[in-house]
Design a protein around this ligand. Structure first.
Ligand code: MCA
Ligand code: AMP
Length: 356
């Protein structure tokens, strides 16, 4: 199941073929090895991600198991524990927040990471500052990749020279690398017409890893695929002259907070149901730990008076913790365009410095 725009989860039909093709591709592309490593017995994965998401469940676990590798298993992410495990491990996977929290540990040094072979990041944009600081502190270059629950992994920066892309080896910060072998990726305009190199548009994909559709939602499935069989990711990006893909935004109204998806419509629905609320808008703003967090902006019905803390307290009794707005404002009106639609871009701009 993956989160839904309206709050109802959608079942994503991933076949064994989808899972296997992706696991085999990643085993090869990321150079998983059955020999080498600290004890000569091959790669050892530090697993510190939740296993109710594709990242921890498929990318990490399948990568290790298909290679016959050991995992050092953590029920919860604790930066000190991960640091202490590094001398016994070779591979680590994390959402950007895990890297930010590891960087806050003075013990993170070149020496602490010297047995590690590969650090992989994904699920949300990795800030270039995090990428660069990690390089300086550990001597390792994080490999950033991009995927979705519906498709598992789609693109990756190179682990080694990629012959399909002029033998390039550079792992470039702020990009998600090349489409994985077997994956087709195109950038199109709103009429599904492919755009020239360097132009920003909608990212569409196809390949043996792409799911078969949403369970019992034929209409939704039809909407999300083009007539010629490409899946619309809802991500906005570009491909440069060296074939590197970057994600520059999303067409779907989605906030990714610490690697968890928050659909504003769901949270707005709960706020709008509260007595005295006329309307609300949830927007994502930059946050040093979670990358992005939700901020709620609410307008009251005429004559009603609202308390922002009470709104947050009420949400806490209804929703999972990561969905709770980190801040709530009650304002007299929301910015709107001539069609009357709330201009979330203006709200994002207004509140972008809140947690800076
Ligand atoms: C916890 N809180 C959060 C988050 N996590 N708020 C916003 N965003 C979050 N992600 C809340 C807590 O409930 C708490 O609220 C306060 O923030 C501080 O929590 P803290 O103790 O710091 O949190 P934690 O328990 O240490 O968790 C942080 C975490 C966790 C380890 C970064 O969020 C996490 O495991 N994220 C990874 C998610 C993931 O695996 N995503 C992959 C999706 P209060 O103080 O009110 O109690 S798969 C995917 O996206 C695709 C396929 C892909 O490409 O991989
Ligand atoms: P989910 O629906 O939980 O599978 O999340 C998938 C979404 O996470 C994608 O559609 C992207 O918006 C986002 N995502 C995953 N990896 C990256 C990345 N490396 N950089 C930016 N966004 C990412």
């Amino acid at each position: 199941y993956t989160s839904g725009t309206t709050g109802r989860s959608k079942g994503a039909m991933l076949t064994h073929g989808n899972l296997l093709s992706n696991a085999v591709t990643l085993k090869d592309y990321w150079g998983w090895t059955a020999t080498g490593g600290p004890d000569g017995r091959g790669d050892v994965l530090i697993h510190a991600l939740p296993i109710f998401h594709v990242h921890g469940l498929f990318v990490a676990i399948h990568g290790a198991l298909i290679n016959g590798s050991k995992m050092i298993w953590f029920a919860k992410f604790d930066p000190k524990a991960v640091l202490a495990a590094m001398p016994r491990a070779t591979v680590f996977m994390g959402v950007p927040t895990l890297y930010v929290r590891l960087l806050a540990e003075p013990g993170l040094t070149k020496d602490a990471a010297k047995n590690m072979r590969l650090f992989i990041a994904g699920s949300a944009p990795l800030l270039i500052e995090t990428f660069t600081e990690w390089q300086q502190r550990t001597g390792h270059t994080i490999l950033e990749r991009y995927g979705m629950s519906e498709t598992i992994m789609l693109t990756s920066n190179p682990y080694a020279a990629d012959k399909r892309h002029a033998g390039q080896t550079e792992r470039r910060g702020a990009t998600v690398g090349f489409p994985l072998p077997g994956v087709g990726l195109r950038v199109v305009d709103d009429a599904n017409k492919p755009l020239p190199v360097g132009e920003i548009g909608n990212i569409q994909v196809q390949g043996p890893n792409v799911f078969k559709g949403y369970w019992r939602m034929p209409e939704k499935t039809k909407e999300e695929f083009t007539a010629d069989g490409w899946f619309k990711t809802g991500d906005v990006g570009k491909v440069d002259a060296r074939d590197y893909v970057s994600i520059v935004g999303r067409s779907k109204d989605l906030i990714i907070s610490g690697g968890y998806n928050v659909y504003p419509a769901e949270i707005e629905g709960y706020i709008n149901d509260m007595p005295g609320v006329a309307e609300s808008a949830l927007v994502g703003v930059p946050h040093p730990d979670f990358g992005e967090v939700g901020v709620a902006v609410v307008i009251a019905k005429p004559g009603a008076s609202l308390n922002p803390d009470a709104i947050v307290a009420q949400l806490k009794s209804q929703l999972a913790n990561f969905k709770i707005p980190k801040k709530c404002f009650v304002v007299p009106e929301l910015p709107r365009n001539t069609m009357g639609k709330v201009q979330k871009n203006l709200l994002r701009e207004q509140y972008k410095g809140l947690f800076a």
